[in-house]
Design a protein around this ligand. Structure first.
Ligand SMILES: [Zn+2]
Length: 457
């Protein structure tokens, strides 16, 4: 039995000071108590659950900072960014994807993000032909997660159309499958590989309603769930007003409305970018039990718009956060922007607060994103409680941004004070992967990433 003794331990019932955590050989928490133990390893500081990063397109990490200039048109938008993304997607190799993803996954752990939902649509060779092993790219992502020691829920994407009622374009050739059966073949291969890796799971991601029409989406989801009834399904929901209009024209329903009413979105689903919703859709999404996948930095970077978080949270909705295009990788920054967007719009403060100790916005959003992220990934994590995996983060109370803070305000300081550097240690399944703020394999992973980044640009 591994024993960890935290100065302060955040449990669903509140803080324990001190908090003793016992971890079994399978990495699950077997006991929690407010007591000391002479042989326990001390964790100095505030010990909190890790926040999973529920939405990632790993290869886009190489694009960070490369789409921040105005193009030919006077009004840049999501769609011009997408052209820059395609230019990278069309030339990156499987080895480069592994190197980029490993760097990203190390950065996730160093930021206190203890899991990733990898929304994977870059399936095929640059000419659109199939690799000798058709699941080659997905297998590289599983290897990258293993390189970093990061729990992964790999979500191969179903991408069959280039838009509502349109065939895929030439520049989408690496993404598109012939239909649900081809994608389910990839799922089967990736499941066999993931079975070797105790923290890996495989789900499926209908890319969006524009890329995965009902006649492909519905059988793919049914096929996935036939073999694994608790598998996870992620979908880009309503990122751009244009796709909402197109969806209304083709499916006679708005995207979130269609996903809840017709596709039956429930606790196994994650609707990423449920940005453009009516109040009725927001309420229906909250009631469905699906997770809203919020990617604040990317949504801000791309100029997408603001999710109606106050109404959604008031209706009991569940959410998690993702760094998506990875312009930055920080749970604290995603949560800060979630609250700040609302402050700027409503000209009020502390809008996304809970009750009791969770009137503290930083603590409330942090704990909710940890739980919601774990639900979206279908991983046994998201809180420090018996039966869940010991995925935890130690915040250093000697970090200048946390100095003088006690448990009551530590997470407010972490979220609002830009105290990302306060992550001193990170454990996954009771294994230490970050010490002194550095991932144990940081240097070797960075060297491979450097080679890939230089070759690509
Ligand atoms: Zn995305």
């Amino acid at each position: 039995v591994l024993r960890l003794l935290a100065d302060h331990l955040l449990t669903p019932e509140g803080w324990l000071s001190p908090g003793l955590l016992e971890v079994g050989p399978d990495g699950r928490i077997t006991r929690i108590a407010s007591e000391t133990h002479p042989e326990a390893r001390r964790l100095a500081g505030f010990v909190v659950p890790g926040v999973p990063n529920l939405h990632s397109h790993a290869f886009q990490r190489a694009l960070a900072g490369r789409a921040e200039h105005r193009g030919q048109s006077q009004t840049d938008s999501f769609w011009t960014w997408r052209e820059a993304m395609y230019a990278l997607a069309l030339r990156v190799s499987p080895e480069q994807v592994r190197a980029i993803a490993a760097q990203l996954y190390v950065e996730c752990l160093e930021a206190g993000m203890t899991g990733v939902g990898e929304f994977h649509y870059l399936h095929h060779a640059p000419d659109g032909g199939r690799y000798a092993e058709p699941a080659e790219m997905g297998l590289q992502l599983l290897e990258a997660a293993k390189d970093a020691g990061l729990p992964i829920t790999l979500l191969p994407a179903l991408y069959v159309a280039g838009g509502f009622g349109r065939p895929p374009g030439e520049r989408q050739r690496r993404f598109t499958c012939r239909g649900p059966d081809e994608l389910l073949g990839l799922v089967a291969t990736l499941r066999r590989a993931a079975a070797e890796h105790p923290e890996a799971k495989v789900g499926l991601a209908p890319h969006s309603l524009r890329a995965a029409p009902p006649e492909a989406l519905l059988p793919a989801v049914a096929g996935l769930l036939a073999d694994d009834p608790e598998a996870r399904i992620h979908v880009h929901a309503a990122e751009q007003p244009q796709e909402v209009e197109d969806c209304l024209a083709h499916l006679k329903a708005r995207p979130v409305e269609w996903l809840v009413d017709t596709a039956g979105a429930d606790h196994r689903w994650c609707l990423v970018h449920a940005t453009h919703t009516t109040p009725a859709e927001t309420a229906a999404l909250a009631k469905s039990g699906a997770v809203a996948g919020l990617c604040l930095t990317t949504e801000a970077n791309l100029g997408d718009g603001l999710f109606d978080a106050p109404a959604f949270l008031a209706a009991g909705g569940r959410f998690g956060v993702g760094s998506d295009s990875h312009v930055t990788v920080s749970a604290a920054e995603e949560l800060r922007l979630l609250e700040y967007g609302q402050r700027l719009v409503h000209r009020q403060r502390n809008l996304l607060a809970g009750e009791g100790p969770e009137r503290h916005v930083g603590r409330h959003l942090y704990a909710a994103a940890a739980r919601g992220g774990a639900q979206a990934l279908g991983q046994p994590a998201g809180a420090l409680q018996v039966g869940l995996r010991a995925d935890l983060v130690v915040l250093d109370p000697e970090h200048p941004r946390l100095l003088g803070h006690g448990p009551e305000t530590a997470l407010d300081a972490f979220v609002f004070g830009d105290a990302g550097g306060a992550v001193s240690e990170v454990y996954v399944a009771g294994r230490r992967v970050v010490a002194g703020g550095r991932h144990l394999r940081r240097d070797e992973v960075r060297a491979r990433f450097a080679a890939a980044a230089r070759a690509l640009y």
